[in-house]
Design a protein. Structure first.
Length: 598
């Protein structure tokens, strides 16, 4: 799906701003034929949860409604009109003037709904019903239960089977699009790069709504035309190419036009970068050189906006990331906004792109030691997420396939791959992901602590080993010496088992309350966080195939209530308001002295 762009043939009208809002109370119903009866308002894009002063609404599990009026300019009514949502978390039903125009399930990918039959020139009413319910058939996975209130109405409860707050709402841009009827629907860019001759053959596959005369023009970063071709399936040759490099981005543009004689019927411009990715002898090569990942698992999480897109925070985060000497992050635990992906392309940030497959384990708790003993749970024969998982992969790869910044697809975070049945569940999903990506990016799943080399059932499926490990935090808490021994032993076993697969940590971290200090290296202190990272770093530097360290987490973030969390997860090396803890200074010394390629 193409990102909404204003071009000479396309209009994009923002529907962001203040909308009317109503929580649907238990037993209540609303018919969108009539306007919403409410005085509450919500800003879009943002989560609804932290915009309210009402604790009941903040914690609401169930349905809620957004509504606003919008005007369709008469000049646009003979074009194809559609509504485009960057995301609606987690399931949405959309109505225009009370007429149902479409539905989408899955809270982190865009959808577009044609509305010509429901709109008129001038004033119109847009209503969106949203559900934030999660269960064992959705991604992420939630534990769903129902009770009855005093009036016999059903009350829904969702207990997050994961460690982040179930923020919901219209999280990303909402736009009215006017496009030509005969238009470019999709563009797939597949570069074949010859590093020796610094040349490339670039396949540009254009999908149009009807047979059309297509013209493709490639422009360099200065806007100079470097190649042209006619037809919907072309290979264009470039000499003297500029590579897209980590932290040194270079973006070309593919301008795609549909022509009727000399008239441009539709025009769309897709940015793309030229870079190679290869896994060879335990190394992760970008443009033929061994790349070392330095960076973070992140969240889309900020004060007030919740999980809602916050472009100022995105810009700040990437500036902090670069300042600290990092070069990469993972979109834990769901695809991030299209705006963030475009920013990463432009800033040269290397991205591991993850589907919202999180919570794929029997039950989420912090008792890792007892989970180690639980090896016979029939989880994989009961979970019903396969269809949602396929859809999430299709939508993420469909959306992000042309991004130079994306170098790995993450097919799940911490699934219970130590339980029987995991391989049968994941094998078709890896096949699907590989068949969807014309750039053949490596695929992985993010491995949980219990899935040690002797227990894990899926490491043959992954192109590299991406491990989340909490030695010295959830295990050997406070004992960094014992933690170091256990961690080194495990890493060496992985390396022996798969000598050609690169290994990296995609999570490791220690909760740290900013301002808590200790002369005794106590967990939760800033000193412990520094020493914890120092212990890990010394081990990484001893493992040959170790290709990167992405720590947990970039910043403190909001979670559900629970005795293990004090106003959220405190493993950030920045606070939630992005102030540095002591570990940020320590890391900046380490990372600024490690080259991106080594
Ligand atoms: C993990 C999860 C992440 C949690 C983190 C933690 O393994 O992948 O979502 O937030 O641990 O802090 O416990």
């Amino acid at each position: 799906m193409l990102y909404p762009l204003m071009t000479e043939t396309r209009s994009v009208l923002s529907l962001n701003g203040i909308w009317s809002f109503k929580m649907q109370a238990d037993g209540e119903h609303h018919d969108p034929v009539a306007p919403l009866q409410t005085t509450d308002v919500m800003a879009v894009p943002a989560s609804f949860n932290d915009q309210t002063a009402n604790p009941e609404l903040r914690q609401h599990s169930g349905y809620f409604w957004y509504e606003r009026d919008f005007t369709v300019p008469a000049a646009l009514t003979d074009q194809r009109l559609s509504l485009r949502f960057g995301s609606a978390t987690h399931e949405a039903w959309v109505f225009v003037n009370g007429i149902a125009v479409g539905h989408h399930k899955g809270g982190f990918t865009p959808f577009e709904l044609p509305i010509n039959d429901a709109v008129q020139a001038g004033a119109n009413r847009l209503t969106v019903k949203i559900s934030n319910l999660l269960d064992h058939s959705t991604l992420p996975v939630g534990n769903y239960t129902e009770t009855k209130d005093a009036n016999g109405n059903t009350v829904s409860h969702v207990d997050e089977n994961f460690d982040f707050f179930n923020y919901a709402g219209l999280h990303r841009n909402v736009n009215l699009l006017a496009t030509p009827w005969n238009r470019v629907e999709d563009i797939t860019v597949t570069p074949h790069i010859d590093l020796d001759t610094t040349s490339a053959d670039i396949d540009i596959a254009v999908k149009t709504t009807a047979a059309a005369t297509v013209k493709v023009t490639l422009l360099d970063e200065e806007g100079t035309i470097v190649a042209t071709a006619n037809g919907a399936d072309n290979t264009l040759h470039l000499d003297n190419i500029h590579l897209w490099q980590p932290l040194n981005a270079y973006l070309y543009q593919a301008r795609v036009e549909i022509l009727d004689g000399d008239t441009v019927v539709d025009s769309y411009t897709e940015p793309f970068g030229l870079r190679t990715i290869e896994i060879k002898s335990g190394k992760f090569l970008i443009n033929g050189e061994p790349f070392y990942f330095k960076g973070f698992g992140k969240h889309e999480d900020s004060y007030v906006n919740g999980r809602g897109m916050n472009e100022a925070v995105n810009v700040l985060d990437l500036n902090l990331l670069k300042k600290i000497g990092a070069n990469s992050f993972r979109t834990s635990h769901y695809p991030y906004s299209e705006e963030m992906m475009r920013l990463c392309d432009r800033e040269g940030i290397v991205v591991i792109d993850e589907v919202p497959a999180v919570g794929l384990m029997p039950d989420f708790n912090f008792d890792i030691s007892s989970a180690f003993k639980n090896t016979e749970n029939p989880f994989w024969s009961t979970v019903k997420t396969q269809a949602a998982h396929e859809q999430a992969l299709k939508e993420m790869i469909g959306r992000d396939k042309n991004h130079a910044s994306v170098v790995i697809w993450s097919i799940a975070n911490e699934p219970a791959t130590f339980l029987p049945g995991a391989h049968d569940y994941f094998e078709p999903l890896f096949k699907l992901a590989r068949s969807l990506d014309t750039q053949n990016r490596p695929c992985t799943y993010i491995n949980i602590m219990m899935s040690t080399p002797d227990r894990d059932n899926c490491s043959d499926l992954a192109d590299l080993l991406t491990l989340n490990r909490y030695y010295g935090w959830y295990l050997q808490t406070g004992d960094l010496k014992a933690a170091a021994a256990a961690e080194e032993a495990e890493l060496r076993t992985w390396q022996e088992k798969w000598p050609d697969k690169p290994i990296m940590f995609t999570e490791f971290g220690a909760d740290t309350v900013a301002g808590v200090h200790s002369s005794y290296n106590e967990p939760f202190s800033e000193e412990y966080q520094v020493n914890y990272y120092d212990m890990n770093a010394k081990i990484f530097d001893k493992i040959d195939n170790f290709v990167g360290e992405q720590l947990w987490n970039f910043a403190d973030f909001q979670t559900k209530f629970g005795i293990n969390r004090v106003q959220g997860n405190k493993k950030g090396i920045f606070t939630r308001s992005r102030e540095p803890k002591a570990a940020a200074i320590w890391l900046s010394h380490r990372w600024n002295s490690i080259p991106n390629f080594n």
